[in-house]
Design a protein around this ligand. Structure first.
Ligand code: EPU
Length: 441
């Protein structure tokens, strides 16, 4: 059964919205809970299908997980790990599951993890993860689509990443926690989610410094030094950026709560250049507004603290009706302009050549039936629907459900006209596709 959004464009978003926990921090922190024996509790966990998947990975390894979707917390009992294999059926559903490789190497010194394969937005290789583990002393075999990593012991070493890969930095950081001696990851990714993961690891007993800079030092500790903890994750900067863009696109005004503005400086700066106003109300609350037609801007996606690739499609939607011509260069992924054909179907004027897109602002988009090809492209099309004339149908909502918690409810509270429906029902209210696993795993 495929679920869809029906959006009636033209409403101005006003009011208040609260941002949930950061998907890309939560997934890695949940994976890392298996590194310490005992019962950990993680707070500020958004209710997303990607969280369901990582919990299935953990429970397959023998951990017991309870996801309280009301409290937005997860309890993981990792006292006993009974398997070292992360199956293709789970890893293929979500690439982030590959993080379990580092967690298992840290705890068990052996892991068999399915290779994730390509995905809609690009090739997304894992060669840095594998080379880094080999540098730490793991013997790696690739057999039948699985990575089999084993080491009698891991030994700290210097690792240089060709590019500051988020996933490789995280996987190697996890593996190095119980390596003998010091590991230095150079050209490390600097994303806030890396800092959050390092903070969690330090809370369970690891010795990590430099997270958030391009050199992270991990002084190895013995496995028995690690202990379970309670930990609260940071807010999701991409969800915050998505709502900021939606408000600005509709020339609205809204208060956005539970946001760390310092995590969004580059994006904020671009929104202000486009004509938006962003005021700090409290340390974790901002007010976003926009009165006039936006101005076009140029931007290049870059690793943090540059313009986030995860907000590229969403920013492209803003450019479709801005005044002038904007040029976007996508420098992280080979194929992250999947939203372009659908935005064109809504009347956008976009010329794309490999990783460059030239967007000439039109006066108005027109509603159409469009397809969410991935998570962020899906969010970009929803925002396009909010500003288009007439009705827009967005198909394949399972992509959006991976990363946005109660998306249509939050938008409805801000005044948007958006409903979820499926082929058998003409109109349903909300979130019928999200599997609640409260108390089950
Ligand atoms: N790369 C390699 N070899 C590697 C690792 C990465 O060539 O071994 C390349 C990738 O192919 C890609 C680039 O390096 O072209 C960047 O990849 P990175 O490893 O930094 O990304 P990731 O860890 O796979 C995370 C987020 C993505 C986000 C990127 C970049 C999670 C679960 N995912 O992916 O988020 O786009 O960092 O910031 O943390 C999303 O949330 O929608 C999303 C895709």
């Amino acid at each position: 059964m495929t679920e869809k959004y029906k959006i009636q464009g033209g409403e101005t978003l006003r009011g208040e919205v609260s941002i949930g926990g950061a998907k890309n921090a939560v997934l890695k922190i949940l994976a890392a809970t298996i590194m310490a024996k005992g019962i950990s509790k993680i707070y500020n966990v958004p209710h997303l299908t990607d969280v369901d998947i990582i919990l299935n990975v953990l429970s397959d390894l023998g951990a017991k997980c309870i996801y309280d979707t009301t409290e937005k917390s997860v309890v993981v009992d990792a006292t006993s790990i009974t398997s070292i294999t992360a199956k293709y059926e789970l890893v293929s559903k979500m690439r982030a599951s590959f993080i379990i490789l580092g967690a298992l190497m840290s705890r068990c010194k052996e892991a068999i993890v399915a290779l994730p394969g390509g995905c809609a937005i690009g090739e997304r290789r894992v060669d840095f993860h594998i080379r880094g583990l080999e540098t730490l002393g793991a013997k790696i075999k690739i057999e039948n689509g699985y990575v089999h990593a084993k080491a009698s012991k891991l030994v700290g070493s210097d690792i240089y990443l060709d590019i500051p890969s988020v996933g490789a930095t995280e996987n190697l950081m996890l593996a190095a926690v119980t390596a003998q001696g010091a590991t230095r990851i150079q050209n490390a990714a600097r994303e806030p989610e890396i800092i959050d993961l390092a903070n969690f690891l330090n809370a369970i007993g690891a010795d990590i410094s430099g997270a958030g800079t391009s050199e992270i030092v991990i002084n190895g500790v013995t496995q028995d030094k690690l202990h379970a903890v309670e930990y609260t994750t940071i807010p999701d900067r991409i969800e915050a950026g998505t709502f900021m863009a939606a408000v600005v696109a509709t020339k609205g005004k809204a208060v956005i709560k539970n946001v760390y503005p310092a995590h969004l400086t580059f994006f904020n700066d671009k929104l202000i250049q486009m004509g938006a106003s962003i005021k700090l109300v409290e340390p974790t609350t901002i007010e976003v507004s926009c009165k006039n037609r936006l101005n076009s801007i140029n931007f290049v996606t870059q690793p943090y603290p540059g313009f986030p690739t995860d907000l590229q499609a969403i920013a492209m939607t803003l450019l479709t009706t801005a005044n002038g011509v904007g040029i976007i260069t996508e420098s992280l992924y080979e194929n992250r302009f999947m939203q372009v054909p659908d935005l064109r179907r809504m009347g956008a004027d976009i010329h794309q050549d490999r990783n460059h897109a030239i967007v000439k602002g039109v006066k108005k988009l027109e509603g159409a039936t469009v397809v969410a090809s991935d998570l962020r492209a899906g969010a970009a099309l929803v925002i396009a629907g909010l500003i288009a004339n007439g009705e827009t149908i967005v198909e394949k909502l399972h992509h959006i459900d991976r990363g946005y918690e109660e998306f249509e409810n939050k938008l409805t509270n801000l005044g948007a006209k958006i409903v979820r429906f499926n082929d058998t029902e003409s109109e349903a209210t909300h979130n019928s596709n999200v599997i609640s696993i409260k108390g089950v795993l």
